[in-house]
Ligand binder design. Structure first.
Ligand code: AMP
Ligand code: GLY
Length: 422
């Protein structure tokens, strides 16, 4: 089977790494990829959002399966364009990808499916939104309705902070058109979990849960990032909770999407808050998490390619996913300055020593290779070091041993990944 993975971050490296182990695979491409992905796939210079370019490449090369990593190509219609061209694509149609693209759409679907979540309201008028916030009081959550690169959410501790967020989003348009409307939500309290389900439109199989670390600094301080580390499985997420989430959140959502004529195929990523009154939905994404994927893939014992094909072909009902009885923990190395401005082009050394630590996988995110072979930083999040072990502590120790083998003065990482569970 010939496979094209779309994207070029740590998540896509983990997907390529897992796909490369499949006995079904004959050749693997990745667009655009990165220096680490280039070790397991042929990287092609097509942007992840160039839907026409991706479909053209897939047609010309007889690709059997296109695998979308990030959400952007899906919201732009990659899966639809593949279907039109007679190509198999793992990932939802643009209509189903609205679960990530529009927060108010997600809340409507969730309400129709009786999914437990925060009380919410949608506003297109800033004055009305302000009046609602004053009536509700704080804490309260203000969200830009559209895609805002993960930055369109303000958890406001005071009414003044919520009003400032409304002004910035709706009047200042700091997130552009994404802020034309806002969703205002009840603030949920508890531990936050990322849960993943593999879906074929009708059937969903649990891919497991992970806990992400969104703040840049130790002890969950500083600005939000795309994710500075993750571990799986989170000890707070019991089997009973998993079954509850499948029954109350994932399956009803899948049924509601099918009822609307827009069945969901792909990875449904539920951001959950484990509250005192049970797990509640914060948001859906229509893809694997990054860096959660880098924590999940080392635990997968089934053939990822076979699983993705079964999801595309509506055959998950007969499929069984197996997982290793292992813990995994991923530490992200980022360029100084991230999530703000950072420099590119610094040399990263010690990658082989890091990869030689037992139980460790080095996943590349923003990296490129210089003509002399040196790996260079080429993004904000640059590496994801995954450690595995019989316990979470062993996984963490392996990951940090590998981190310490890396010689990259221009980078940094959090030193406390997994602290909630350790
Ligand atoms: P989102 O972009 O929807 O993932 O939101 C970003 C972050 O804001 C989430 O990861 C949560 O930590 C927080 N958040 C979003 N919605 C809520 C809510 N209703 N209650 C509490 N925290 C929230
Ligand atoms: N790590 C969170 C995300 O991928 O959205």
């Amino acid at each position: 089977m010939k496979v094209l993975v779309v994207g070029g971050g740590g998540r896509e490296h983990a997907l390529c790494w897992a796909l490369a182990a499949s006995p079904l695979l004959t050749r693997l491409w990745c667009a655009p990829g990165n220096a680490g992905i280039a070790e397991v796939a042929d990287c092609v210079l097509i942007g992840a959002e160039d839907v026409a370019g991706l479909v053209g490449f897939a047609r010309d090369h007889g690709i059997d399966l296109v695998v979308a990593g990030p959400e952007a190509p899906l919201t732009l219609g990659l899966a639809d364009a593949c279907a039109e061209a007679g190509l198999r694509c793992f990932g939802p149609s643009a209509a189903a990808a609205r679960l990530e693209g529009s927060k108010s759409f997600t809340r409507e679907v969730a309400d129709a499916a009786s999914v437990p979540g925060a009380a919410w309201r949608h506003f297109e008028d800033a004055a009305v939104a302000r009046a609602y916030v004053r009536a509700q009081g704080a804490p309260i959550v203000v969200k830009a309705d559209g895609l805002a690169a993960g930055k369109g959410v303000v958890v406001a501790a005071s009414v003044a902070e919520a009003e400032a967020a409304i002004a910035e989003m709706m009047e200042g348009r700091v997130h552009g058109a994404a802020g034309a409307a806002v969703v205002i939500e009840e603030c949920l309290v508890g531990q936050e979990i990322s849960f993943f389900a593999l879906c074929d439109g009708e059937t969903a199989l649990p891919l497991g849960a992970a806990q992400d670390h969104k703040r840049v600094g130790d002890g969950d301080t500083g600005p939000n990032t795309g994710g500075m580390g993750a571990y799986a499985p989170p000890p707070v997420f019991t089997e009973a909770l998993r079954d509850q989430v499948m029954a109350e959140i994932i399956r009803p959502t899948l049924a509601e999407m099918a009822r609307r004529g827009t069945p969901f195929r792909g990875v449904l990523f539920a951001g959950l808050m484990l509250t005192d009154t049970g797990p509640k939905l914060i948001e859906f994404n229509v893809r694997f998490g990054d860096p959660e994927c880098q924590a999940l893939m080392p635990r997968l014992r089934s053939d990822l390619l076979a699983a993705l094909l079964a999801a595309c072909d509506g055959e998950l009902g007969d499929f069984d996913l197996r997982w290793a009885d292992l813990h995994s923990l991923v530490v992200v190395l980022a360029a100084h300055g991230y999530p703000g401005a950072y420099a590119k082009g610094s040399a990263i050394r010690g990658l082989e020593q890091a990869a030689a630590v037992p139980g460790v996988q080095v996943f590349h995110a923003g990296t490129a290779r210089a003509p002399d072979g040196t790996v260079l930083a080429n993004g904000g999040r640059v590496l994801g070091i995954a450690g595995t072990g019989a316990t979470l502590r062993e996984a963490r120790d392996a990951a940090y041993r590998a981190v310490d083998a890396i010689d990259w003065p221009e980078g940094f990482c959090r030193r406390d990944i997994g602290f909630r569970a350790l």
